[in-house]
Design a binder for this molecule. Structure first.
Ligand code: NAD
Length: 286
């Protein structure tokens, strides 16, 4: 239960605000932005994620074209599809739903998406731009959403110690650049980190993105910290939980995101925002 000092950061509500603003902007454009989603195989979780993206896109007025391929599609065929989408002026954003089947080289396929349409921000050009602090970087949706949630608390980031748990290419690493660019002192920890608890104890901002159910306990987090839980895990009884022991931390003076209802909805909203921004840039460049 939340105490009076504790603030739940409502990702669902903040994401709804983002979508509502997007809907207004998009309604004023004469054509609809188009997002192409490449979906390969039968992965149930991927299908659910894509369905959620389709639904959210439709709600704000983005046309989502899902291109579906069988498990055994060749890399060559997918390259050709990406190439055709790159060249299609009606398509503004392209994403490849991950994970891909093992025989496909995910990195090479993601690199084939032109940077202007890489609305997942996973390609090397956008990652490099982000690291260099360029305003032209397309920032990956999850870290972008995490930063938006931190900003929603009004906390001043400059000089704060942010500890990120997890160094993945899609969350931990890009988030470390985002926070460094905002003058945080950033520590990125991972599965080989020694003394994780002691490091997390020093943090003003904790971002847990490691996929370990309820790893971060209440005595790991200092008073007044902002805690963002990226993790999505299933417990033995089928319930969703994050990488943070939410029930225990709720009794402390912290600002914290729930799972579900925190980072998840923001990720989808940020993907839509990236698509709208890509659309605007491409129209300007015509
Ligand atoms: P990943 O498996 O690619 O990376 C996990 C990272 O955590 C690695 O760097 C690993 O070294 C680190 N790690 C693992 N165990 C650890 C431990 N005991 N202590 C410290 N570090 C440890 O995962 P990912 O794709 O970055 O996703 C992380 C979690 O976030 C998963 O639960 C995933 O489902 C979730 N996720 C959620 C969203 C969302 O929109 N909410 C988006 C992406 C990922």
């Amino acid at each position: 239960m939340a105490t009076e000092n504790n603030i739940i950061i409502d990702g669902k509500a903040i994401a709804a605000e983002v979508r509502s603003a997007l809907k207004k902007h998009i309604a004023s454009a004469c054509v609809r932005p188009v997002l192409a989603v490449i979906l390969v195989g039968e992965n149930e979780a991927s299908r659910i994620y894509v369905r959620n993206k389709e639904k959210a896109a439709a709600e704000v007025g983005i046309e989502c074209r899902v291109l579906q391929f069988g498990e055994n599609v060749s890399e060559k065929e997918l390259f050709e599809v990406v190439q055709a989408l790159n060249e299609d002026p009606a398509v503004n954003g392209i994403i490849i739903q991950q994970p891909l089947p093992e025989q496909l080289d995910t990195r090479c396929l993601v690199e084939a998406i032109c940077p202007e349409k890489d609305v997942d921000g996973f390609g090397p050009m956008n990652l490099g731009r982000l690291q260099g602090g360029s305003p032209d970087a397309v920032v990956a949706a999850t870290p972008k959403g995490v930063l938006r949630l931190i900003d929603s608390t009004g906390v001043e980031l400059s000089g704060k110690h942010a500890v990120i748990i997890g160094r993945s290419n899609i969350v931990g690493k890009p988030l470390s650049s985002l926070l460094l660019n905002r003058d945080c002192t950033v520590t990125v920890t991972h599965s080989k980190t020694v003394g994780l608890k002691e490091i997390v104890c020093q943090a003003d901002i904790v971002v847990a993105a490691c996929g370990c159910p309820r790893l971060v306990k209440d005595d790991w987090v200092k008073d007044g910290a902002v805690v963002i839980d990226v993790g999505i895990n299933r417990t033995e009884n089928g319930k969703l939980c994050g990488d943070v022991d939410f029930d225990a931390l709720c009794r402390k003076n912290v600002r914290i995101t729930p799972v579900p209802g925190g980072v998840g909805p923001m990720t989808v909203a940020m993907l839509l925002e990236n698509t709208w921004q890509a659309f605007q840039k491409q129209k300007k460049n015509i």
